[in-house]
Design a protein around this ligand. Sequence first.
Ligand code: DP6
Length: 344
Amino acid sequence: MSRVHVRVRAPSNIALIKYMGKVNAQINIPANPSLSLTLQNLCTITDLEFEPASNFELLWEGATEAEGTTLRPMSLRERDRPKMERHFRRVLEYFGHPFDGRWKVRTGNTFPAGAGIASSASGFAALTLAISAVLGKKAAPRSELAALSRQGSGSSCRSFEGPWVLWNDQSTSSLESGFGPIRDLVVLVEESEKTVGSTEAHQRVLTSPLWNGRVDRVHLRVERLTRILQEADWQQLSRLCWEEAMEMHELFHTAVPPFSYWSARTREVLEFLKSEGAHQGGTSSGPVRIAVTLDAGPNVHLLIPEEDESVWREKFQARFPGIQLLSDGMGRGAEVLRIERGGA
Ligand code: DP6
């Protein structure tokens, strides 16, 4: 194989029904199905260069540049890098490529890593697609790349299609929805790295007394949400998302030992949203179209109709002056942006 350079992008996704708890931690088989919305611009961009060489060499070269701006380097802390390297080898092995060549990776996120915006989802999806593209396998079925990526980081398997993706056991599929364009408005409470990584959270939730019955509850919620999507029912969506996000965080708060991703600001934001009826689709003065969720982090995601974004921005600026809001739309999953083969 001659020299190859590829650039790919993979979006993050936000789970409405959460992947939390595994039945097989080696290859990330989840304890229960999860259902997410694929995002568009909150993404990882990864450049991967391959040069022929007899020895295998893997170099992590910092952040990607995209359209003239340097992206935030993906968090590659000591504890994350071995996981990515193991995944790199897994993908080469899967496609039967020998462990040779000089591989240079540059990768960056358009959002802060480790703060509850799923950077491992977009990061692993981008890496899996980049290696596959270098090896000439980018046309492999999406479901196959997703299943491979899942073994690196579970939630990444939901970033290969979209916008609505169901992940059950080893497979992923897109779901129909009657909802129009939805925005994910992320209330950035904190940008700090999380103290308990999600891989550890997956183990600790099993120690919570609330784990009992969780899998059955989630199966029922998946059925409910599938119907809600078809019927585009904002009120039911609002109730379901609140219930599910609070249940996941309660698992954290009641694990042995307990832990929490929430800061005082997270609680204030949730209280404010409750006063707006965001937990139940409205107040006595009328309905509101908003669904609230949180990942394993302090930030709060608001799913709202595109046309309501400015109203919610104004409400937040009035109540929490200076608070940072990120916003993104619905996407269709990871894509290859460029492939150059041969040359110097
Ligand atoms: C809270 O996919 O990051 O975001 O498979 O161990 O890499 P690993 O875990 P990860 O877990 C994400 C969990 C979550 C909920 C979700 O996205 O469904």
